[in-house]
Design a protein around this ligand. Sequence first.
Ligand code: SF4
Length: 265
Amino acid sequence: MALSEPARLSYLHAMGIQPWLDRARFSAPPRQAAEPAPPALARPPTQPPPRSPAAAAPRPAPAAPQPVAEAPRIPVRGDIARLDWPGLRARVADCRACGLHATRRQSVFGAGDPAADLMIIGEAPGAEEDSQGEPFVGRAGVLLNAMLLAIGLKREQVFIANILKCRPPGNRDPAADEALHCEPFLQRQIELINPRVILAAGRVAAQNLLHTQETLGRLRGKPQRLGARQTPLVITYHPAYLLRSPEQKARAWEDLQQVARLLRG
Ligand code: SF4
């Protein structure tokens, strides 16, 4: 998306970022004419709607290979591994695999482009998300939108999901068994979307994706890759945390610039 300099500066201002931190202008990068993707990256027959012709070209290998932590390989379990996008959405809507089904208003499948280059993964629905059925709404959602616009992306151009599809009462952290039961849904979403970059927003998302108890401070800023496709994973702060700790916005901006670099390939 072409973003004028005044508009970009206004979004940076909304994030609380001083524009002198980076004057580079980011825009959603065009896909490169690519070498053939390795077989492991081939889309399954049950993929979501195809991208535009240019975007549908085989993807180049992710740029800037760096030493990474051992990549978790999380198999998608059971028949969920064979669901297509509508089937997966329906399964999540009806899911009663963990106790959260009893207290939710509705499950929150995720929102955005099911063929997005960038996938954002947060923690779990809160009260507003549970009510509206969409992730990252309210003030945190507004800040996330501003963060995305700062790197030239509209909310509709990415896909946003959570570790858990249903709201934990009181917005507590997900319990281990809840995350375990819900994991196949997220893994199938990642498989079907096949994003070029994943952005984990917050400690809970990062810890569950990487199956670690490391602190966010130790995890962010380090190159990571996820799953069999070795998708680049960037870890940053949750927008709700940034609202409480605006002094961390400069670091979040560093993470977003890393996302932009990876998307440029
Ligand atoms: Fe099912 Fe996940 Fe909701 Fe638990 S949180 S009921 S596993 S969709």
